[in-house]
Design a protein. Structure first.
Ligand code: MG
Length: 243
């Protein structure tokens, strides 16, 4: 980045000194060269530089947010919430990232609203992208599927049907804190659900608060957390890229 800025500045000065004698080449640069990243062979498959957080086999990348190991169940290539065993979080800590995660809501039974297939994807442990059954399941819109919980309703309900896998792709820019923990830049998030844009570079107002208002408190890299909200939501194919 720094080299690019220096190069561009140099070109601009050179351009000004030469009386705006621009050539097309004056505004082209060659380094730093972006790394080669090979995409997955099929849609949603991890690219070559992704960290695989769950490949269908085990919870080795995860731990309980309480005591000990993650207590969710792994079966048929899925990890399934065992209600009341608590949230789980990655052992690794993250900042800016691209996250791919797929989930499936359990059978609705008689549950409604926030009780139907509720879980959550907590970027840096404290900022929630809601996971909820969005199939004919009215609730407050800033708590529905695709919402930034209690902050931003989604641009669309892109959920398909209960029983079908739903695909989230999340692009996260961590908040930046300066001297004495003062917020310099808020967290920014873009969320795509099933290929449909549901959050368009939304600037978060702070952490996810169930009661009260969001606020920022300075932090660095933190784990990715998945919520246990008492229903057996299943997850698969989870990978993340550090940005
Ligand atoms: Mg939730």
């Amino acid at each position: 980045m720094k080299q690019t800025v220096i190069l561009l500045t140099g070109l601009l000065i050179a351009g000004a000194l030469s009386g705006q004698q621009w050539k097309p080449q004056s505004t082209e640069w060659y380094y730093p060269e972006p790394p080669v990243v090979k995409p997955g062979k099929t849609a949603g498959q991890a690219p070559s530089d992704a960290i695989i957080l769950f490949d269908g086999k085990d919870l080795s990348k995860w731990t309980s947010t309480g005591e000990g190991d993650a207590k969710w169940e792994v079966r048929n290539g899925e990890m399934v919430i065992v209600p009341k065993t608590g949230a789980i979080q990655t052992k690794e800590y993250f900042g800016d990232c691209q996250l791919h995660i797929e989930f499936k809501s359990p059978a609705p039974e008689n549950h409604r609203g926030q009780h139907r297939g509720n879980s959550g994807i907590f970027l840096q442990s404290i900022y929630e992208v809601q996971v909820l059954d969005g199939d004919n399941n009215p609730t407050y819109v800033n708590g529905m599927i695709g919402s930034i919980y209690k902050q931003s309703a989604p641009l669309a309900n892109a959920y398909t049907k209960n029983g079908e896998w739903q695909v989230y792709d999340i692009y996260w820019k961590a908040p930046v804190f300066g001297a004495e923990g003062k917020l310099e830049t808020p967290a920014m998030i873009t969320v795509v659900l099933n290929g449909i844009l549901v959050q368009n570079n939304y600037a978060l107002k702070g952490h996810t608060a169930y009661t009260g208002l969001p606020e920022y408190k300075a932090h660095g890299r933190l784990p990715l957390m998945l919520q246990d909200h008492g229903t057996a939501v299943a997850f698969r194919n989870i990978w993340i890229r550090n940005l």
